[in-house]
Design a protein around this ligand. Structure first.
Ligand code: GDP
Length: 450
């Protein structure tokens, strides 16, 4: 996600030492400029950022700590504009949000993702299909709603989006919904008719907030259209979609400051869990390679039941972690979204190999094999893998269509994994884990830790 930007920052940081001179500072700033422009950050934004960082560092005295401080402070200032963060609930439910954006920007998908995010927060959500422009949008929203278990308001016979929005509002109030998300129409480009329609819906509904979905793949164009929507209709937040596919990523740095509307969420994949709250402090830490432990904890908390987590940790400590637990854990991991979206949140893991980042829980052939193998085991064998002698293994191999050698390999990996988990689970284990992490961090980032 933020890989390119993070590596530009870490590359610049490496150019400067603890006590250094103006020449080194110049080099670090040049490195930063080159990389930021390459990452498609708007040239004006780059210029201002570098000017401010230089000013701060010179005032504080040239050195690595001062450089890090200045960058952290200035990046934060860049990303932080007046307005709300994440999702904000109205004092009186339902909280009504209008979702806007150009056709193809990911508006309908993002509406679904936001509904899923709120549903995981135990909120009762209604989504309304008021995008009557794109033929398939209503059907798409219905399907998305069904897949995540969220109610959808649609009326195929109604051609007036204002009436749909009003009727959805009535339903949300009567049904005691916490949130109503209204998916509005988009066009391939901004035109007067679209603006008129959206204005009419906004006036009729008086939503609590308007979210604009900006496609990060369209780079600086997405900034311009967001600014135009803001001028003509007024928006309260931007959601940057398709950030997973955006190799440059610079648009995230510019959009808040250029449009003067806060970036609220980032979409980083096609699946429903692939939406992340945008909190400037945390993103700054990630950009600088420090990770985002809080974000990671939130993601995990959403999908892992606390009681279950305690039970698993007790089992791990006792070395009783079995195949049933393993499969269950893998299922929870799937709900957390792609590995790629998680890895940048772990301190020092930004530079992890692509093979790990691109690991796909749903389509991994390795995991499919393990699942097939486990389903050929008896209940007792799943609970006590030690029971597996040669004849049992042969039976399992036959049952799942794998070679005996492969079954043995998977069993050995599983045994090693539960040994490692046991080792890392006690108090001393935490220390081991931290040592391991800091070694990895040292190796990858070359003494970035302060
Ligand atoms: P709409 O016309 O704005 O409602 O666009 P859609 O919601 O139909 O999205 C257009 C395409 O973008 C679909 O193929 C989505 O799966 C895809 N999409 C939406 N958000 C993301 C995202 O965050 N990442 C990726 N990779 N694809 C996305």
């Amino acid at each position: 996600m933020f890989d390119t930007l993070t590596s530009s920052f870490t590359a610049a940081i490496k150019k400067i030492r603890f006590q250094d001179d103006e020449k080194a500072l110049k080099k670090a700033l040049e490195e930063l400029k080159k990389n930021l422009l390459k990452a498609d950050v708007h040239h004006k934004v780059v210029k201002e950022l570098l000017f401010d960082v230089e000013l701060d560092v010179k005032a504080a005295g040239i050195g690595k700590d001062q450089f890090l401080d200045a960058m952290q402070k200035r990046l934060y200032a860049l990303l932080h504009v007046k307005g709300h963060q994440g999702f904000v609930f109205a004092s009186k439910p339902p909280t009504v949000i209008l979702m806007m954006g150009l056709q193809g920007s990911g508006k309908t998908t993002t509406t679904g993702k936001l509904a899923y995010y709120l549903k995981n927060k135990q909120k009762k959500v209604l989504v309304a299909a008021a995008d009557l422009q794109r033929m398939a949008a209503v059907e798409q929203l219905k399907q998305v709603g069904a897949s995540i278990g969220v109610d959808v308001y649609a009326d195929e016979n109604e051609k007036d989006p204002v009436k749909i929005a009003k009727a959805a509002m009535k339903k949300a109030e009567a049904g005691l919904y916490d949130v109503l998300l209204i998916d509005t129409a988009g066009r391939l480009a901004i035109d007067e008719e679209l603006m008129k329609e959206l204005k009419a819906v906004k006036e009729a509904i008086k939503p609590d907030e308007v979210f604009y979905v900006a496609d990060s793949l369209t780079g600086q164009d997405s900034v311009r259209t967001a600014a135009s929507f803001n001028e003509q209709i007024g928006i309260d937040g931007v959601i940057l979609s398709k950030y997973d596919g955006d190799s440059k990523g610079g648009v995230a740095l510019g959009i808040a400051s250029q449009v003067q509307v806060p970036l609220r969420f980032i979409g980083n994949g096609e699946k429903m869990p692939d939406l992340e709250v945008f909190i400037p402090e945390r993103i700054v830490n990630r950009l600088m390679g420090f990770g985002d432990i809080e974000g990671l904890a939130e993601k995990t908390a959403n999908v892992i039941d606390e009681k279950k987590a305690k039970e698993i940790s007790r089992k791990i400590k006792k070395g009783q972690f079995n195949f049933n637990d393993f499969i269950e854990q893998m299922e929870s991991m799937k709900k957390m979204g792609s590995m790629k979206s998680l890895i940048g949140m772990i301190p020092g893991m930004g530079g992890m190999s692509d093979a790990i980042k691109n690991f796909d829980f749903e389509n991994s052939s390795e995991l499919k094999n393990i699942k097939a193998m486990v389903s050929s085991m008896t209940r007792k064998e799943r609970e006590e893998p030690d029971l597996l002698n040669n004849s049992r293994k042969q039976r399992i191999a036959k049952g799942c269509g794998m070679d005996l050698m492969d079954v043995n390999r998977v069993l050995k990996q599983f045994k090693n994994a539960s040994k490692m988990a046991k080792r890392f689970s006690g108090k001393k284990g935490m220390q081991d884990m931290q040592n391991m992490m800091s070694q990895m961090q040292g190796g990858k980032l070359g003494g970035l830790s302060r």
